[in-house]
Ligand binder design. Structure first.
Ligand code: M6R
Length: 600
């Protein structure tokens, strides 16, 4: 979703901002803009569409060693030049970028500035006009900005330039992510560290409703009462080259290929010196004392949670529920007496999940975040964090984060099981090593996956994924992957549910991808395949060594039955990738989607 960058130093800001915005492209956007400050002029350049369009528009002598930039994912008003950021106040003294949604913007407009003429349909413009309104009442810019921040309801990350002040970018955040990067004679702001990792790896976190003055040689953080807050910086452990595509045509393909390496990193990171699985004992204690685990997540992370539930119940013996965060926040079920909340989020910034965390923290419940991004909001605000160690995931379609989430959950469940003296009959480390090798085999089989995409999905408008037990969970993820990047309407179903409605949709040639990796339901799922074939379906059967039958489309290497989701999904990821590629679609940046969904 929207991304923000800002720079104040001694170099030309324009190129630094544009490069920063390019690094934020992965978050999803539909327009972009920058503002740079030179002498007493602030120059705003905006464009609908990609950063490449903004680059063309900014192809002039824009100078200035301070500036702010923005990628916009439309919420209030269509993607257009007028609605894209930065926005300016009527006199053009103030220029602002904003990420988030202001819930009370109409009320604020009607109360304070009913006569101001607005040029955009955005909630953002109200903020910048309000700063000007309070400045016109005689307040300093800092006081006016602080006043406005105290009036806003909703989510925001803000960067403000004042034409009258060449030395400061005014910054604040609430719920939306924003970091300040610390440089040598310069400072930056960014929605995430990846955007500015090329210029600095030192960052300061900001807390909600702080007002921050970012200047060339200092960063002053204050609370709303004006008290200065001291905050240490941390080093972001991101290798700038991890965020590049390298030899791959797309980030998604690169990230699919990185899964074996991510698995090895996870195995290494969660092992002690004796080679035993190792999780922070405080986390294990919290899981042990919970009478029920509630997994809260969205999208692919929710699907990983469904797999994790199997481990937590079958191995660790803890009753576990999995909930979609956007539902849970408005419709909380009856909770157990001692719940533990596990938030699964690749980005650690998903607003729906964060909204649940805020509520459950208020209720006094313990929480654990499983995320790929150290220092992310969900990580900072939960009691504990387990990191995925998957490296930056840039493609909108989540791939390596899904397998990493499942692997980390499997380790957590095994450690808790061991602590409880529960026999699981699984020696997880060698099993995960087998999984890693199996993923490698599938990645090497990419040409076969491309052929499957051609054979089954080249011209279809819809496709179904079916499975039972662990395969059902993967069928949901397979369908999500396909629909989000290829725009083929795809749904995942429990094999047994077909005859309760969905089978009515099967026509001559309808592709049905059936997963058959579970021994105890192998006959049943194959029976479901027969039912759809009898109605004209084109079945693509993905089975596992030991369970395969003549005519299966692809057979994955044999792994432990509960770990098959880590392997079969890789085949589905590649099939989806090639299906989208053959349709000539923007695989990494599918339409309407954002990588980090930072608004509810
Ligand atoms: O960063 P998160 O894991 O919290 O994101 C949750 C979903 O938005 C995300 O998994 C989404 O479904 C992916 N685009 C799917 O590939």
């Amino acid at each position: 979703m929207c991304g923000i960058v800002g720079y104040i130093g001694h170099e030309k800001a324009k190129e630094i901002l544009l490069r920063g915005l390019e690094k934020l492209e992965y978050r999803g956007y539909d327009s972009a803009g920058i503002a740079t400050r030179e002498d007493k002029d602030v120059t705003v350049t905006k464009a609908k569409g990609r950063i490449a369009e903004l680059r063309k528009a900014a192809d002039n002598d824009i100078d200035g060693s301070a500036g702010i930039g923005h990628t916009r994912w439309a919420t209030h008003g269509v993607p257009s030049y007028e609605n894209s950021h930065p926005h300016q106040s009527s006199s053009e003294r103030y220029t602002l970028v904003h990420n988030g949604v202001i819930e009370n913007y109409e009320e604020l407009r009607d109360t304070y500035i009913p006569d101001v003429a607005f040029v955009s349909e955005t909630d953002t413009e109200v903020i910048v006009q309000l700063v000007e309104y309070f400045a016109n009442q005689g307040m300093t810019t800092e006081a006016a900005f602080t006043k406005v921040v105290s009036l806003l309801h909703g989510s925001y990350a803000l960067g403000l330039l004042d034409r009258e002040d060449k030395d400061t970018i005014y910054v604040a955040k609430n719920k939306s992510p924003l970091l300040v990067g610390i440089g040598d004679n310069f400072n930056v702001i960014a929605s995430d560290a990846l955007a500015m990792i090329q210029v600095t790896s030192e960052y300061k976190e900001l807390k909600d409703q702080e007002v921050v003055l970012v200047q060339r040689d200092q960063v002053v953080i204050k609370d709303l009462a004006g008290n200065v807050v001291e905050r240490d910086s941390y080093t972001a452990e991101i290798d700038a080259s991890d965020a590049e595509k390298g030899v791959y045509a797309h980030y998604m393909l690169k990230e699919i290929h990185e899964q074996p390496a991510a698995m090895r990193r996870i195995i290494q990171s969660y092992q002690d010196e004796q080679g035993n699985l190792n999780i922070d004992p405080e986390i294990v204690k919290d899981v042990q004392s919970a009478d029920r685990i509630y997994i809260i997540a969205a999208g692919t992370s929710y699907h990983a949670g469904l797999v994790g539930k199997e481990y937590l119940e079958k191995w660790a013996g803890v009753p576990t529920e999995v909930h979609v965060s956007s539902e849970f926040v408005y419709n909380m079920p009856l909770l157990s007496e001692r719940p533990l909340f596990i938030y699964i989020s690749q980005s650690g910034e998903t607003a729906d999940s964060r909204a649940v965390l805020v509520e459950t923290t208020k209720l006094g419940h313990r929480s654990l975040t499983i995320t790929n991004v150290a220092g992310s909001t969900l990580s900072r605000e939960a009691d504990h964090t387990l990191l995925l160690h998957a490296g930056p995931e840039i493609a909108v379609a989540s791939t390596k984060a899904y397998t990493a989430q499942i692997a980390v959950l499997s380790i957590l469940a095994q450690v808790v099981a061991a602590e409880r003296g529960r026999e699981t009959n699984v020696d997880l480390l060698p099993e995960l090593a087998k999984v890693t090798a199996a993923i490698e085999t599938i990645v090497d089989d990419a040409p076969k996956m491309e052929q499957i995409a051609t054979d089954f999905l080249e011209t279809t408008r819809n496709a179904f994924f079916i499975g039972r037990a662990a395969d059902y969970n993967v069928s949901l993820e397979g369908a999500l992957k396909l629909k989000e990047i290829s725009y083929i309407q795809a749904e995942g179903f429990a094999g047994g549910e077909l005859k309760h409605g969905t089978i009515a949709l099967i026509e001559e040639g309808t592709p049905v991808v059936a997963l058959a990796t579970q021994e105890h339901v192998n006959l049943s799922i194959r029976g479901n395949v027969k039912e759809v074939v009898a109605r004209g379906a084109h079945p693509c059967i993905i089975s596992m060594e030991g369970l395969e039958k003549d005519g299966d489309t692809y057979v994955i290497p044999h792994v432990h039955e509960l770990l098959t989701p880590l392997v079969s999904v890789v085949a589905l990821q590649l099939i989806s990738y090639y299906a989208a590629l053959h349709r000539d679609l923007d695989v990494d940046k599918p339409r309407n989607l954002a990588k980090s969904v930072t608004v509810e």
